[in-house]
Design a protein around this ligand. Structure first.
Ligand SMILES: [Zn+2]
Ligand SMILES: [Zn+2]
Length: 104
Protein backbone atom coordinates (compact mmCIF):
# COMPACT_ATOMS: atom_id res chain seq x y z
CA UNK A 1 0.00 0.00 0.00
CA UNK A 2 1.47 3.30 -0.98
CA UNK A 3 1.86 6.14 1.47
CA UNK A 4 -0.80 8.77 1.50
CA UNK A 5 -1.33 12.01 3.30
CA UNK A 6 -4.17 12.62 5.66
CA UNK A 7 -5.73 16.02 5.35
CA UNK A 8 -5.75 17.98 8.59
CA UNK A 9 -8.95 19.66 9.73
CA UNK A 10 -9.58 23.01 11.35
CA UNK A 11 -12.45 24.71 13.12
CA UNK A 12 -13.68 28.14 12.12
CA UNK A 13 -13.30 30.54 15.08
CA UNK A 14 -15.87 32.89 13.59
CA UNK A 15 -18.92 30.79 12.86
CA UNK A 16 -17.95 27.62 14.73
CA UNK A 17 -17.97 25.31 11.74
CA UNK A 18 -15.90 22.27 12.63
CA UNK A 19 -13.91 19.95 10.47
CA UNK A 20 -13.06 22.30 7.64
CA UNK A 21 -10.58 20.62 5.35
CA UNK A 22 -7.00 21.81 5.49
CA UNK A 23 -6.96 22.65 1.83
CA UNK A 24 -9.44 25.47 2.38
CA UNK A 25 -7.89 28.84 3.16
CA UNK A 26 -11.31 30.24 3.97
CA UNK A 27 -14.23 28.87 5.93
CA UNK A 28 -16.63 27.27 3.44
CA UNK A 29 -19.60 28.52 5.44
CA UNK A 30 -18.84 32.12 6.40
CA UNK A 31 -15.90 32.88 4.13
CA UNK A 32 -13.60 34.06 6.93
CA UNK A 33 -9.90 33.46 6.34
CA UNK A 34 -8.14 31.08 8.68
CA UNK A 35 -6.66 33.21 11.42
CA UNK A 36 -3.38 32.62 13.15
CA UNK A 37 -5.13 31.07 16.14
CA UNK A 38 -6.46 28.21 14.08
CA UNK A 39 -5.14 24.84 15.14
CA UNK A 40 -5.02 21.89 12.83
CA UNK A 41 -5.89 18.42 13.97
CA UNK A 42 -6.14 15.05 12.28
CA UNK A 43 -9.57 13.61 11.46
CA UNK A 44 -10.84 10.75 13.60
CA UNK A 45 -10.92 8.53 10.56
CA UNK A 46 -7.30 8.14 9.49
CA UNK A 47 -8.15 5.72 6.73
CA UNK A 48 -7.69 6.29 3.05
CA UNK A 49 -11.14 7.90 3.11
CA UNK A 50 -9.58 11.10 4.33
CA UNK A 51 -6.44 10.90 2.28
CA UNK A 52 -5.59 13.78 0.04
CA UNK A 53 -5.57 13.04 -3.64
CA UNK A 54 -2.42 14.92 -4.52
CA UNK A 55 -3.11 14.65 -8.21
CA UNK A 56 -6.18 16.82 -7.69
CA UNK A 57 -5.13 18.98 -4.79
CA UNK A 58 -1.66 20.35 -4.62
CA UNK A 59 -0.36 19.90 -1.10
CA UNK A 60 2.90 21.56 -0.20
CA UNK A 61 5.32 20.05 2.25
CA UNK A 62 6.53 23.23 3.92
CA UNK A 63 4.69 25.02 6.70
CA UNK A 64 2.03 27.47 5.66
CA UNK A 65 3.04 31.09 5.93
CA UNK A 66 0.97 33.71 7.62
CA UNK A 67 0.17 36.81 5.62
CA UNK A 68 1.30 39.87 7.58
CA UNK A 69 -1.47 41.94 6.05
CA UNK A 70 -4.65 39.92 6.08
CA UNK A 71 -3.75 37.11 8.47
CA UNK A 72 -4.47 34.32 6.03
CA UNK A 73 -2.40 31.17 5.97
CA UNK A 74 -1.01 30.39 2.57
CA UNK A 75 0.64 27.40 0.98
CA UNK A 76 4.41 27.41 1.44
CA UNK A 77 5.00 27.57 -2.29
CA UNK A 78 2.65 30.48 -2.91
CA UNK A 79 4.73 33.56 -3.62
CA UNK A 80 1.80 35.89 -3.15
CA UNK A 81 -1.11 35.85 -0.76
CA UNK A 82 -4.13 34.78 -2.81
CA UNK A 83 -6.34 36.62 -0.37
CA UNK A 84 -4.84 40.11 -0.55
CA UNK A 85 -1.96 39.86 -3.00
CA UNK A 86 0.82 40.67 -0.53
CA UNK A 87 4.23 39.18 -1.23
CA UNK A 88 5.41 36.23 0.80
CA UNK A 89 8.74 37.94 1.49
CA UNK A 90 7.14 40.47 3.81
CA UNK A 91 5.50 37.74 5.88
CA UNK A 92 8.16 35.98 7.88
CA UNK A 93 6.01 34.12 10.32
CA UNK A 94 4.73 30.71 9.44
CA UNK A 95 2.78 27.97 11.11
CA UNK A 96 5.86 26.18 12.40
CA UNK A 97 7.15 29.33 14.09
CA UNK A 98 3.81 30.15 15.65
CA UNK A 99 3.19 26.62 16.86
CA UNK A 100 6.65 25.31 17.69
CA UNK A 101 5.45 22.63 20.09
CA UNK A 102 3.35 20.94 17.46
CA UNK A 103 6.29 20.14 15.22
CA UNK A 104 9.04 18.15 16.90
ZN1 LIG B 1 -16.80 30.20 9.43
ZN1 LIG C 1 -2.92 38.43 2.64
Amino acid sequence: MSAYKIEALWDCPFCGTKGNRGRYMHCPRCGSPRGEDVRFYPPEDLSINNAVDESKHHISNGPDWLCAYCGAYNSSDALYCPNCGAEKTVSERNYADLNPTERP
